[in-house]
Design a protein around this ligand. Sequence first.
Ligand SMILES: *[C@@H]1O[C@H](CO)[C@@H](O)[C@H](O)[C@H]1NC(C)=O
Ligand SMILES: *[C@@H]1O[C@H](CO)[C@@H](O)[C@H](O)[C@H]1NC(C)=O
Ligand SMILES: *[C@@H]1O[C@H](CO)[C@@H](O)[C@H](O)[C@H]1NC(C)=O
Ligand SMILES: *[C@@H]1O[C@H](CO)[C@@H](O)[C@H](O)[C@H]1NC(C)=O
Ligand SMILES: *[C@@H]1O[C@H](CO)[C@@H](O)[C@H](O)[C@H]1NC(C)=O
Ligand SMILES: *[C@@H]1O[C@H](CO)[C@@H](O)[C@H](O)[C@H]1NC(C)=O
Ligand SMILES: *[C@@H]1O[C@H](CO)[C@@H](O)[C@H](O)[C@H]1NC(C)=O
Ligand SMILES: *[C@@H]1O[C@H](CO)[C@@H](O)[C@H](O)[C@H]1NC(C)=O
Ligand SMILES: *[C@@H]1O[C@H](CO)[C@@H](O)[C@H](O)[C@H]1NC(C)=O
Length: 389
Amino acid sequence: MFAKLFSVALVAGSTLASNSTNNLGQYAVQTLLQYGRPILGDYANCDSGLCTWMSTFPDDLPIVHMNIPGVHDTATWNYSQTTQDSLEHITASGITGNVTYQPVPAEIYRCQDQPIFEMLNGGIRAFDLRYAFDPTNSTLVFYHSQALQSETATVQDVLYGFYHWLDAHPTEGVFLSFMYEGSTTEWAQDNAAVQQMLYDTLTNDVAKEYISPIKDRFGTLGDVRGKITLLRRFTFDLLDSSAETSIPGVHFPPSNWTDNSPNITLIYNLQTNGTAYIEDYYNIGLPDGAGAAPNIQWKFNATTAHLEMAASEQWKDSLFWSFASSEHDTDLPLPETPMIQALGNGTDVPGVNQKLLPWLQEHKGSRWGIVMFDFFGDVPGLIEAFIGA
Ligand SMILES: *[C@@H]1O[C@H](CO)[C@@H](O)[C@H](O)[C@H]1NC(C)=O
Ligand SMILES: *[C@@H]1O[C@H](CO)[C@@H](O)[C@H](O)[C@H]1NC(C)=O
Ligand SMILES: *[C@@H]1O[C@H](CO)[C@@H](O)[C@H](O)[C@H]1NC(C)=O
Ligand SMILES: *[C@@H]1O[C@H](CO)[C@@H](O)[C@H](O)[C@H]1NC(C)=O
Ligand SMILES: *[C@@H]1O[C@H](CO)[C@@H](O)[C@H](O)[C@H]1NC(C)=O
Ligand SMILES: *[C@@H]1O[C@H](CO)[C@@H](O)[C@H](O)[C@H]1NC(C)=O
Ligand SMILES: *[C@@H]1O[C@H](CO)[C@@H](O)[C@H](O)[C@H]1NC(C)=O
Ligand SMILES: *[C@@H]1O[C@H](CO)[C@@H](O)[C@H](O)[C@H]1NC(C)=O
Ligand SMILES: *[C@@H]1O[C@H](CO)[C@@H](O)[C@H](O)[C@H]1NC(C)=O
């Protein structure tokens, strides 16, 4: 199954490159969107409001001065216990008994509840995408740790979804963060075959039409309309060095991305000193038993501290990238899942998203950079408050 899907993707690529209006090309795209549906959802026409919010900003606006709403762990939107159980026949083949690779309850992995096409129409423009080989080493698919997200949707299929959406929304620009996901199966590794397949997927003829060729810097909005900008949280260390030098986008080397840190400084361009400040404090380090309220408060504090830094004059030309997402999955007796951290634990303790909405409204007019949310759509007005500021 996995191998067959990959060959279909290649056929569609060459068909499209030669004649995009041809019927076979249209049919092939629909087939890929169908394979990608568990991650992409259903395409729906939309050409106003949040679907085209970038159209209201000028071409000469530097990307680093924008507020770009994003989503953390994009592919997990439909990861219910039913979905996990339905994929067990595949995930089981990646385990021989080491319990480390056995998925835990689904709610621990789930960070979103809308598919990519809805996210795009809802204003989201930055996407955290985590790939690894399927257990047969044939295609790149989506995982969150041990949790395989779909049996059919490959990275290639999902890219076609973005291409298709960008064709209909040429005023918009999309930022795709790709990261190799570890701990997927007992044997999986970010080996040369994985790196080669990602390289080929991101540089084939169709990709060249849609992926911005700008490298190692952020241009203006006008430069990236209708395009994908790669945020490369991977390094092609096992390929010929020409792979790293020819892949476009901005490099965020995994070795320089300090794990679980509220304030990472990462130089993405040594010639220009292009600098990114990143908040990625996701695993709240409070003692077990602390409960939802203080875990949420800690994350809210780390997020707003970083957003205040982003808003200050001193750092106005640097890239800011903050994650509003978090968890404390080992807390007892009840774990703080990504959903509890983002949306609270009921009616009594509000989540990071509910607390951020009035905070963003109060600080309207600031530059905040890229912010990755979990469950962004469950707090109405959050994205409008973020963009409108
Ligand atoms: C693409 O295919 C259509 C329909 O078959 C045809 O009318 C058109 O001339 C072709 N365009 C190119 C550039 O080959
Ligand atoms: C979402 O998950 C449910 C349960 O596994 C499944 O029936 C449904 O088809 C999935 N939706 C999509 C769009 O894949
Ligand atoms: C299971 O995998 C983990 C992570 O790779 C490793 O640390 C551990 O030693 C393994 N356990 C066994 C019994 O192989
Ligand atoms: C997949 O690749 C890994 C790493 O090279 C290897 O250990 C494993 O046996 C391969 N699995 C299959 C089914 O080929
Ligand atoms: C990244 O980290 C390595 C050490 O792991 C260091 O040598 C290098 O200078 C860092 N690069 C940047 C761009 O910060
Ligand atoms: C980058 O920073 C280094 C060290 O602070 C400095 O020597 C160099 O001149 C800077 N380069 C540019 C282009 O600003
Ligand atoms: C939510 O968390 C608070 C403390 O952080 C706790 O008192 C309350 O019982 C929790 N509510 C639910 C529904 O779990
Ligand atoms: C969060 O920040 C507020 C305001 O600065 C402070 O009063 C509170 O103690 C902080 N809470 C935590 C848990 O860090
Ligand atoms: C983050 O790090 C920078 C550079 O070290 C520092 O100047 C800044 O005050 C820190 N910001 C926060 C919110 O801790």
